[in-house]
Design a protein around this ligand. Structure first.
Ligand code: ATP
Ligand code: MG
Length: 436
């Protein structure tokens, strides 16, 4: 057979009732009742109900289809029908069958409750579940929306190495790699250092690439490999970069809420909220945030970083994502610019998502002065010689610049109200899991 259509297009009503179409996919569910065989066919775009009526199809074909195990892949030709009883309101009344790729019996993933560990061990099969398929499609749309926004606003996408010799976000989450027998090589935690070299080459830039963190704790919102959307802009200060963040995050939310509301709802999100999210986002000083958390009775001292114990209660009442501005120097990496009026805090800001989700962006203004950067490196207990090329950037045409890093999985988790970060990614990596 040739000329196949997508299940999703039938479900969107793109084909008139009575239209002859061909579909192909995998049998997701199968049951028979009263001389009719009901198949739910999953084709990558969605799941469409296909029915075979004993009266309209030859006996041998009907009996064969009845015996096909789940996940058998096949081609079907039939007529499109609107039917309220079918999931999604449309079905295909099958009149002939093309190629068939018969599956083995006993597909391990069954429709009844199965333990988390079992499902994670069988993730290579579990990724076929429509629930996950839907989230992965939303994730793709998310990235498309981000790239559209960057193109429209004049940013260029660029990629930087994953193997590097310096720590960016602190040594405790560095992954060592054995690099041709050489020590002192790590997996990238952020594109930060390279981005600052590239702004003098390309101007406003962004990347969408994995970052690696040896996160020693098991939380609902940390992966050891995550997709990091980072941007860096020359001639931009802290205020400017927060405004950029407001617009980017709102744009992505609006696209998801307006263009794929059904998918968002199916995943657990609220498309109306996303469609209605508008900049600017509120801003709160780090000092006020600490006060608020203390008043809530949660233990925290000025100078501490927020963990989930603090960000949870702090963001519970937020309606929009909110910037926390001006973190103490001691808890921000050396490249953050100290506040000229108040040296103990930095020109930094993290964006915290509402409803307990917490940090989704970390960013701010960078040190552009050579002497100041040198001092910050020493103060942070780092060896400036490890950052020689990075320091060099301040010698030739250094300008004020700012940027941020956004965790794609974190934002998805918040936008879709997910309980755990793991389902935003097909094969999540954490402390305990690198298989499959
Ligand atoms: P956290 O305090 O939550 O560990 P962080 O301060 O280490 O975050 P940054 O170094 O500022 O995070 O990284 C920028 C963004 O990348 C974060 O705001 C978050 O969205 C995302 N991110 C950081 N670490 C992880 C991780 N281990 N898993 C998933 N996303 C992450
Ligand atoms: Mg971290």
């Amino acid at each position: 057979m040739t000329g196949f259509v997508d299940a999703a297009d039938i479900l969107k009503g793109r084909y008139e009732e009575g239209a002859d179409v061909k579909v192909r996919g995998w049998i997701y569910t199968s049951r028979s009742s009263g001389g009719i065989q009901f198949l739910e066919l999953r084709d990558g775009s969605g799941v469409i109900q296909c029915t075979l009526n004993r009266r309209n199809i030859d006996e041998t074909t009907f009996n064969e289809v009845e015996r096909y195990p789940l996940e058998t892949a096949l081609e079907l030709k039939g007529v499109v029908k609107k039917d309220e009883r079918a999931p999604g309101g449309w079905e295909l009344r099958v009149n002939s069958i093309g190629d068939v790729y018969v599956s083995q019996q006993d597909y391990p993933i069954v429709k009844k409750e199965q333990g988390l560990e079992f499902l994670m061990d069988n993730r290579h099969l579990y990724v076929r579940e429509p629930k996950l398929q839907n989230i992965f499609q939303i994730r793709a749309k998310f990235l498309e929306a981000a790239r559209d926004w960057f193109r429209e606003k004049g940013y260029t996408e660029v990629h930087t190495p994953m193997f590097m010799t310096a720590s960016v976000e602190g040594g405790s989450t560095l992954f060592n790699v054995e690099y041709f027998g050489r020590k002192g090589v790590y997996l990238s935690q952020s594109w930060q250092l390279y981005a600052e070299a590239l702004i003098s080459s390309m101007g406003k830039i962004y990347t969408i690439a994995p970052s690696f963190r040896a996160e020693p704790s098991r939380t609902r919102r940390h992966l050891s490999e995550f997709l990091h959307l980072e941007l860096e802009e020359p001639w931009t200060d802290l205020d400017g970069i927060m405004t950029t963040g407001d617009r980017l995050v709102s744009h992505i939310a609006n696209v998801l809420g307006e263009e794929i509301p059904e998918k968002v709802r199916k995943a657990g999100g609220d498309p109306d909220y996303l469609a209605g999210l508008k900049p600017p986002f509120p801003r709160m000083s780090y000092d006020d945030a600490v006060d608020t958390v203390q008043k809530q009775g949660v233990e925290m001292y000025w100078g501490d970083d927020f963990g989930w114990q603090q960000e949870g209660p702090l963001t519970e009442q937020f309606e929009k994502p909110t910037w926390i501005v001006g973190y103490p120097s001691g808890i921000k990496p050396f490249y953050h610019m100290p506040n000229p009026d108040r040296a103990e805090v930095t020109m930094s800001a993290d964006l915290l998502a509402p409803a307990g989700y917490g940090e989704i962006i970390g960013g701010g203004q960078r040190v552009h002065d050579y002497e100041q950067l040198y001092q910050r490196t020493i103060d942070d207990g780092l060896d400036p010689s490890n950052y020689a090329w990075y320091m060099d950037l301040r010698k030739w045409g250094t300008v004020p610049h700012s940027g941020f890093g956004l965790g794609v999985e974190r934002v998805l988790m918040w936008m879709l109200n997910l309980e755990h970060i793991r389902d935003t990614v097909p094969f999540p990596r954490d402390m305990r899991r690198v298989y499959p």
